[in-house]
Ligand binder design. Structure first.
Ligand code: 4AD
Ligand code: MG
Length: 461
């Protein structure tokens, strides 16, 4: 029976026969003995396989090169070497798959992250990406655990949708129409009645609107699923396909919404520090020496809360030269968000009460008639990590905004009806999963925290 390397490295069952299967990281040694560092993905750490050359014959061992996959049975012994507890003295070695050093692209030497993106089919085999994808898993689990422990229900919202949640934004259209011969109506428009759903549909940009329907019945829900945005923004923080977590809570006002967002983020970071120590330490050493300090700082300090208006005043008063101008009404750019967080407050920030013109139609309108009860959580190195709001629960006010923005109500009637039947104050937010993973791993490009990134002109693998 196979044992995972993560367990063997903790095992004290010296003298027993064990079996491991994994990929060769390196092989070194002399004419008499070879040492193979073997990794099976269960941990960043390798187990050392000690091979007596005479026992197997040099010819047989030849294909055991970096990247090859082998199945080893042997004796677990206490290691003489430093920094490892156990190693295996090989008794049987089966070679599952070779990796010809002349063509296998992942050799022992370090590779740039840019190069590794071009071989995304192999990069999970590197220490870096093994660490990142293990952390990604632990964070997904922690998210479910956090909400489950609080009595929230995981509510599945559709990926194919007939509405545009954010009231704007570019969506990916989903169609089965023959693009080479589109059916047309009498006035020359595309006849979507002929399409699969009998109407135009898109991939979702957010599960929020359907999530609100869940909260108006189950009380507290969350969604966690893939989200699609066809913005042509080639930045280190945007993906065309990303994962978003969207809790939605009946009877929460903006204050409770902020409290939940803060508690949630601190819980996740703490969970990562406790459960992903080896991987985080590795990334800290390799890429970002301040990573662990930054994570600890965010866990142990309260987030600063202020209004957009106060934030803009601070930005206007600063002597910093920004690429984009700052004025009341401007949509804050990442440079502005990061100035507030990294230079001014030196702490995560929650900005609230944004001008209604730059936020979505569904946000609760303040009495000033100018701002809405939006909240964005801003993080060091990331900028916006969470966007959310209290929702407008008053039917007339919501309809006024819908009309002001000239929105079509025929795809939204079901959403608007929640305000007619048993409406209630409620709030929610969206956490970008990859932005969270960026923060926790200390990586600087979002393409490096999802196994197979989708960005403009890039849907390989
Ligand atoms: O601020 P956004 O657009 O908010 C919503 O979609 C709301 N419906 C959320 C809600 O209230 N339920 O997106 C939420 C978060 C952002 O703060 C950011 O972390 C992430 O999603 N995000 C992206 N992540 C990667 N690539 C993109 N293109 C992203 N766009 C947004
Ligand atoms: Mg936002």
């Amino acid at each position: 029976m196979k044992t995972k390397i993560v367990d063997l490295l903790q095992s004290k069952a010296f003298g027993t026969t064990v079996n491991v299967k994994g990929w060769v990281r390196t092989r070194r040694g002399n004419k008499a003995v070879n040492f193979v560092a073997l990794n099976d993905g269960s941990t960043i750490n390798n187990i050392q396989i000690v091979i007596d050359i005479e026992k197997f014959g040099e010819e047989y061992l030849k294909p055991i090169t970096t990247g090859a996959c082998i199945n080893v049975t042997g004796l677990l012994v206490e290691s003489q070497g430093q920094g490892q507890s156990a190693e295996i003295q090989a008794q049987e070695i089966e070679i599952y798959g070779t990796a010809d050093p002349a063509v296998y692209p992942l050799q022992k030497k370090g590779h740039t992250l840019e190069f590794l993106r071009e071989i995304a089919h192999l990069r999970p085999r590197t220490n870096t990406f093994g660490a990142i994808f293990r952390i990604r898993h632990h964070m997904a689990y922690a998210i479910h655990k956090f909400f489950n422990d609080k009595g929230f229900f995981y509510f599945h919202t559709p990926i194919l949708t007939g509405s545009d949640a954010e009231g704007a934004g570019s969506m990916f259209q989903a169609t089965t129409l023959n693009l080479n011969s589109l059916p047309k109506t009498e006035d020359g428009k595309i006849d979507y009645k002929e399409d699969f759903f009998g109407k135009m549909t898109n991939l979702t940009v957010s599960g929020q609107l359907e999530g609100e329907l869940g909260a108006m019945a189950l009380g507290e829900i969350y969604t966690f699923g893939p989200t699609f945005r066809a913005e042509n923004s080639n930045t280190p923080r945007h993906l065309a396909e990303f994962w978003m977590i969207e809790p939605e809570m009946a009877f929460y006002e903006i204050k409770e919404n902020m409290d939940l967002a803060e508690e949630f983020l601190q819980y996740l970071i703490k969970y990562a520090l406790e459960h992903c120590k080896d991987d985080i330490d590795f990334l800290c050493n390799m890429y970002d020496k301040e990573l662990v300090d930054r994570l600890n700082f965010v866990v142990s300090n309260k987030f600063v809360r202020l209004t957009y208006t106060e934030g803009v005043k601070i930005l206007e008063a600063s002597s910093k030269k920004f690429e984009y101008p700052v004025f009341w009404g401007a949509d804050l750019q990442s440079e502005h968000e990061r100035y507030l967080v990294e230079e001014h407050f030196k702490c995560p920030v929650i900005l609230t009460d944004y001008p209604k013109e730059i936020k979505s139609f569904y946000m609760k309108q303040n009495n000033d008639n100018k701002t809405v009860r939006a909240m964005d959580v801003l993080f060091p190195k990331i900028g916006e990590i969470i966007g959310g709001s209290q929702r407008e629960e008053n039917y007339e006010k919501l309809m006024n905004r819908v009309n002001e923005l000239d929105m079509k109500t025929e795809t939204l009637w079901w959403y608007l009806e929640t305000r007619k039947f048993g409406t209630a104050p409620h709030s929610g937010f969206g956490l970008g999963f990859e932005r969270l993973i960026l923060f926790i791993t200390g990586m600087s490009n979002i393409r490096d925290v999802i196994p197979f990134p989708r960005t403009p002109n890039n849907a390989e693998f």
